[in-house]
Write a protein that binds this ligand. Sequence first.
Ligand code: GCU
Length: 758
Amino acid sequence: MRQTVNLNHKWAFSKEAAEVPAEFPKNWVFVNLPHTWNAIDGQDGGNDYYRGTCYYAKQILKSELPQNARYYLEFCGANASAQVYWNGECIGRHDGGYSTFRTEISEALQEENLLVVSVDNGENETVYPQMADFTFYGGLYRDVNLIAVSDAHFDLEYYGGSGIAVTPTVQGDSAQVRVQVFLNSVKKGQSLFYCLQDRDGKHVSEAVCTADCTEVTMEIPKVHLWHGRKSPYLYTACAELRENGEVLDRVSARFGCRSFRIDAEKGFILNGEPYPLRGVSRHQDRWGLGNALLPEHHEEDMDLICELGATTVRLAHYQHDRYFYDLCDERGLVVWAEIPYISKHMPKASENAEAQLRELIVQNYNHPSIVVWGLSNEITMNGSDADLLETHKHLNALAHELDSTRPTTVAVVSMCDMHDPYLKIPDVISYNHYFGWYGGDTAMNGPWLDRFHETFPDLPIGVSEYGCEGLDWHTSDPVQGDYTEEYQAYYHEELIKQLFTRPYLWATHVWNMFDFGADARNEGGENGQNHKGLVTFDRKYKKDAFYAYKAWLSDEPFVHICGKRYTERTEEVTKVTVYSNLPTVELFRNGESIDRQTSREHFFYFDVPNIGESRIEAVAGEVTDGFVLQKVDSFPEKYRLKEKGAVLNWFDITAPEGYFSLNDKLSEILETDEGKKIFFTFAEALNRKGKGEKIAGFTMGADMLKMLGGFTVLRLTGLLGTAGVQVEKDELLELNRQLNQIPRASNIAPSDEGAGTP
Ligand code: GCU
């Protein structure tokens, strides 16, 4: 029988070593896995985290290993490229930081062994991702195992797969389940035993055959369907390789029986019923830990996503830990799984995109939660060309060849024209739109989607990303781009109303469930993070917007008062927003009822007298929520955004009345000829600072500018950190001086409706 030994404990680690050590390096630091070397510098801003090669070393004594014929090392995540050295000899190499790979060591195993793994997250042109809005934490950040098997065994070498593939097909009230196994070194006389077990371990079907019969189809009569969050019923398929009554090897896989289709008009249909996919995207990393996570971290994430009431999760922008896909199966979340083919097509990396897709599918084929394979994200950000198209055609065909049961998809960048030929390649598509954050306003989202739907009535469309930054800054007058918790909540209220009332959208995913590390970002007063999460990076605080979703999606009765971190207010009558999934909410101030409202939109707005100290309580059915509001004379500075380490803060800027300044929105400045001239001269100078004609590889083209028009120029220059460009204080002051000369246009034309219009 196979034995699996976990090897996470006690590795020697070095960032300084220049080569593979010949002996065990006792003077390196000791670490346990999971481990990343970027837990701190990958989250503190500045785009300066260490990207290069580090080494891990471990001593392995044969006497401590289980006795068996063949031995494999299993790496569940080494970001991004790894070389495995066994007693000084390179025995394996793997490119791609998010998938499992294995290396056989049977022949080379001695009594005392030195395992060294060099892991490299440095820049290159051949391994995805290289450019994206998240930190590429380097390290052996998932489990490392040793698997000992008999000579004949279920395959461990094919793209990190499990050696068993299960394909259930629902037919009436039963299911036909095809089980395929992949074997290594079988001999005559060996046999296979197959079985299907229900959730309680009871065998519902069995089959016995010779070892060359690597595919059987078994029936489950009266099948329990896997029905998303409502009933995530799982079966287990197992296969045993036997010889003379002895079990040589055994593999098993959980699976679920469900049918689904994606309809361009009706959206997602699960087991014949409409099952709206409304949910979130997830990045895996955490504050202080980077991507080096323990099972309890995955479990906490899953609990939060379920509390929100999501029915779907987009596991962006790469393959996640297999434990997380397991949790999705168990809890009934419908998953979009994808590879990190992102932001920028790299002609020399297509082979790597293909390998990562192959691994994603082979390793995750059995998960009933997964319904689509994502081929790429915002890949036309810097334009599209023939090679990009070819690569997509190729990836699309590969996904279908490896898995005929699931459609393919792509997440399209907002400004990509909806007629772009690459949109015709996958089976379904989704757009990333930020109208109301980067550019445009919230009201543009629904109409844009309706136009797409009218233009392409047969192509299912979803929203793969939408979101808005929200931190612990506060205001009673939220405006786009202010980074307050209040604007974020307002944005999501608007988006929920538009997206959740359009049943044709096959899936919608908030960007993002959690704040995440993006070391190149310099935003919102907390550098190194993207704060579009509904929950903070440390998972400790659920922002108000979280409850807006809970109100629409969850069945667990609750009431939530917004603005509990904003308790000191100046106005005499203040707005208190309440979210609840119950129909009626009554609000009390110091025990007296202010108002009782009934709404089907789950959002309730109250005008509350703000005098002295007010104890505010919201009551809905059996549930309550409350906080203490305080009247103050002047606006507390602690609520006002302060950029951290900013070259210039908004309050340092001169803004003569009637004239532009860095504090104005780019879109408004570009409405004037003078403003256009000044901004483009400035942008050209920035382009020269970047690499060649581009800023960190991106052309500051008209579409990009349109997309970013909703930001003030100051914020925008802060955002450029993401593209690796630092704008200096004197450059900003000079630009401000020039803007101060331009009178605001008196008749600003209404802004158009965003890019990609038909
Ligand atoms: C992009 C991208 C994300 C990114 C997000 C953002 O569209 O796909 O990776 O984090 O937008 O700007 O916040």
